[in-house]
Design a binder for this molecule. Structure first.
Ligand SMILES: [Zn+2]
Length: 212
């Protein structure tokens, strides 16, 4: 019998569903180790985040490594990218450490549109000035084509700007002011803010997040 079942109290075993018992019994215990075979110093490796793609490669969200391995094990997802610096090991075998997985079946998720607000513009632009990249507060919102010249309140016409750049630009276009935007402003979606949720984004994720 699997260790976790053997150690569990009788009442706890009874409360487990059939599906849970199946997973417990069939799923191997994964021990994260580094490439040289030495146990990794970071104990929480199984909690690391994995990017989950829909069947059409659209990013759906993130899950932990344990959940990703279960999806792979049950054949519900395929492995798209691995973490080359890590490996998972059972008593007998070694397995690649997942970084990106793709679901085998398409899941329809109606994502809400990201609201055009000052806060979301700052979040999209990583709280940095779009002209000089400085994060100096107070940060303002700049109309690339000024409002007085017909510039609208749109994702493509609004960027985060520091006070110095905003004053320097004044009522002119970036071209007229001899200033250059460091990126092209875009309409964000649910994926844009994944970075805010997980803190950092793995390099293997970038091709699927279309990040700068
Ligand atoms: Zn600036």
């Amino acid at each position: 019998m699997h260790r976790s079942l053997r150690w569990a109290k009788f009442g706890e075993v009874k409360r487990q569903s059939r599906n849970q018992r199946f997973k417990e019994a069939r799923f191997p215990r994964f021990i994260p180790i580094s490439d040289d075979g030495v146990t990794a110093p970071v104990p929480a490796t199984l909690g690391n985040k994995v990017l989950v793609l829909n069947q059409n490669y659209e990013p759906l969200g993130i899950c932990n490594v344990q959940k990703a391995v279960v999806l792979l094990w049950l054949g519900k997802a395929e492995l798209i990218a691995i973490r080359p610096d890590r490996i998972l090991r059972t008593i007998r075998s070694r397995y690649p450490y997942p970084s990106v997985v793709r679901l085998q079946m398409y899941v329809h998720v109606p994502f809400k549109k990201v609201e055009l607000t000052r806060k979301n513009i700052l979040r999209r632009d990583h709280f940095r000035c779009a002209y000089c990249a400085r994060p100096t507060p107070p940060l303002t919102i700049d109309h690339i084509l000024p409002k007085s010249r017909g510039g609208g309140d749109t994702w493509e016409n609004l960027v985060c700007a520091c006070v110095r750049c905003n004053n320097r630009k004044g009522d002119r276009t970036p071209d007229e002011a001899g200033m250059r935007l460091l990126f092209r402003p875009f309409r964000p979606n649910h994926v844009t803010f994944i970075q805010n949720v997980v803190g950092t984004v793995e390099s293997e994720w970038e091709p699927y997040l279309f990040m700068r």
